[in-house]
Each structure stands twice: as C-alpha cells, then as structure tokens.
Design a protein. Structure first.
Length: 384
C-alpha cells in the first residue's frame, strides 16, 4: 500500500501596505491584526482552543502565539523589530494532522481559505511524504547501492522547448546507523532547498511509542520517503496548491513533485526502481486518495504499562495479597485512594491534564473503555 501526504508546513504572511487602516508604522498593531484575521479565517479558536502566548517562537521570531493546550507544536509568530520577516505560521506534523482531521480541510483548502486582501501568503517550507507500507524496501541496501553508484537518482527538468529531460544528480548521501543497520538516510545537504529523508517509520513509532503506534504494530514494514521543499521551491508549490480543486489533483501534485526531484534508477539496467515506478503510476491514477491516520496520544498508556512492569507496584500488590489475601488488596486500594486526597499536583501533571483531559473524556466514557480500546497497544508494550 502507498499513501501520500503533507507532513508539515510553514506559511509566511506579508502585510499589504495600506490594507489595514491604522498608523503604518505601528507594526505590533498590524501584526496582531493580521494574526487575528488569519485565525478567524481558519477558525483556530474553535478548532484548537483559546489564543495564548507561546514561549517557544520559530527561529528568528520573537513574539509567538498558540491556540489551546496541546502536546503538539503550532504557533503564529512575528518579530516586533523586523516587519519584513512577516508573520510565520508553523504547523508541525502532529498539529497539521489534528487540524486537518478536526476541520476536514486539506492543505490546499487551508491555503485558499487563508488568502486575504490584507496580506500575501506563501510557503517557506513544506514536507511531502510517500509511505510504502508492507513494501520490500531495504534502506541499508539502498544506501550502500547509492554510495557505490549501483543506484542513480535522476531529476526531471524542462528544456527551453518545454520538453521533459532527465538529469543525473550526484547528491550528498549520509546514513544513521541504529542496531547495526542504516534505518535513516539523507540525500542532499541540510542547507539545500530540496532534501530527501528515507527512514523506517515503523521502527520510529515503536521506539518512540509515537502517535501512530497502532498502525506500526499492525503492519509488517513501513518506510517513509519525506521530501523537504524550502525557499523558492516552497514558494512555487504555494502557487500550485492555490489552483488545486480536489484530493486527486493533490495526490497528482505530491507524486509529481517527488518524482521530479528524486527518481531512482538501477545503474546497470537503466530501469526505474520499483518503488519509484509505483509512485509514477500514481500520477496517472485519478482514484487514489490521501489517507489521514488519526493522531493518538499514548502517554497515559505508557504510564499504565510503566506501573505494571517497572515501578514495583505489581510486586507490592503481590506481597499484600500473599499476606492478607483479596481483603488486603482492597484495603490497599482504599489506602492509596485516601492518600491521593493529599497529593500536591506538580507542573508536569497539571500541563498534561490541561492538554489531554477533555480529549480523553470526550473519546472514552470510562477508564475501562480506555483500556479496552487500547488493549492491543498495552499488550504490545507489556511484551517489549
């Protein structure tokens, strides 16, 4: 199975002179006015929550806001002394997943809705992804074959007459070794406008107990190709997204852009490699849809598993039961329940509740329902 999507993006809003009636020198006023207009267009307070100050601003910016209490990162920021930097809107992968699911809007719809006569919009960064689920892709072999020139990468370009031509790319390649294997490789430098990252998404989710842990457990393999477009390339993608009308066109665009920059060939046969060929086919497949997996938070499950396996709680319960039987366990439960009344909540616990309490209450009617719904995840974590 192949799935395509947009992982994250950063949008920059630039003020149009004269569009807001106020002293043109009052950049703080103008910046906050633009932020409020943008937030209103995307219903940020309704979807994400109340506007608040965000302590961590994107690089280079000083004043930042967030909406609601969430574990993910989303911010709108500006620099009070540098108007030319504009307003930076940063959607992380998790915040974009949450927002698109709750709003039922695709990225091209977000861009279109964001437009205003008060400012211009353009992407400064966008990460496009293709997930190969249960495909036979060996990242270590791909790395060594590329380094040893058994695998080549070609880019598709247009000549002066508008004809497509292929250009061989000799791009820098680096790999990250984990458990004596290369599970992540980068093609292109960190400073380049386009860079490819290929990594074992299944392994990442299992190790981090990530938001897609349930999907990682269910599949045999999951390799992600993630292409980061920055600067001029991201600007051009903005224009392309503004003319897209549906999901099929978005799929076509994502597949086309990745193929244009990174198409893999076997050096000996000069044939396109299987995973690149599959991506090329999607350009012509008008029925393919983007699939957006539900973003989950497994931190509470991790706490449950920790107390089950590692905290000594089960050992204590076993001792109490061995000495005083079932009655002892019930009395122990009552003891801890009484002690909980004197617990002084720390900041970490307070922050977690602010970000997750309402969502958990909305999704699960009881603690038993929560455990039952996540039984597969709990069973997996108990074994590892």
């Amino acid at each position: 199975m192949i799935e395509l999507g947009v992982d994250e993006f950063t949008l920059v809003l630039q003020y149009k002179n004269g569009s807001i009636i106020k002293n043109e020198c009052d950049w703080d006023y103008i910046a906050n006015k633009i932020i409020d207009i943008f937030a209103s267009k995307l219903d940020l307070e309704q979807i994400l929550g109340k506007k608040e100050v965000e302590k961590t601003a994107p690089l280079g910016y000083k004043v930042a806001y967030k909406y609601g209490q969430h574990d993910f990162y989303f911010s709108i920021a500006y620099h009070p002394l540098h108007r030319n930097m504009g307003i930076c809107v940063k959607f992380s992968a998790q915040s974009l997943g949450y927002y698109t699911r709750e709003s039922n809007l695709a990225i091209y719809e977000i861009i279109k809705i964001s437009e205003s006569g008060n400012y211009t919009i353009r992407l400064s960064r966008v990460d496009l992804t293709v997930d190969y689920i249960d495909y036979d892709i060996d990242i270590s072999k791909l790395y060594f074959d590329y380094v040893n020139k058994k695998v080549l990468i070609y880019q598709e370009l247009e000549d002066k007459n508008g004809h497509n031509i292929l250009r061989l790319c000799n791009l820098k390649c680096s790999g990250i070794i984990s458990e004596e294997k290369i599970n992540t490789l980068y093609i292109g430098s960190n400073q380049s406008k386009v860079r490819l990252r290929v990594y074992d998404k299944k392994l990442e989710q299992l190790q981090k107990k990530g938001n897609y842990l349930d999907r990682a457990i269910q599949c045999e393999s999951w390799v992600r190709f993630e292409v980061v477009f920055k600067s001029d390339f991201a600007h051009q993608i903005t224009d392309k997204l503004l003319v897209i009308k549906n999901q099929n066109e978005l799929i076509n665009l994502i597949a086309s852009l990745i193929c244009q920059k990174f198409t893999f060939y076997h050096e000996e046969s000069k044939e396109v490699m299987g995973f690149s060929q599959e991506l090329k086919r999607l350009v012509l497949n008008k029925s393919k849809k983007i699939k957006s997996a539900k973003v989950n938070n497994y931190s509470l499950i991790s706490d449950l598993v920790y107390h089950n396996k590692n905290s000594g709680l089960m050992s204590l319960m076993y001792k109490i039961q061995s000495i005083w039987g079932e009655k002892g366990l019930i009395e122990m439960q009552q003891y801890f329940f009484h002690q909980s009344n004197f617990y002084i909540i720390n900041n970490d616990c307070k922050d977690w509740l602010n970000k997750n309490k309402e969502q958990h209450k909305e999704n699960y009617e009881s603690f038993n329902a929560y455990v039952e719904k996540n039984k597969k995840i709990i069973n997996y974590l108990m074994k590892v």
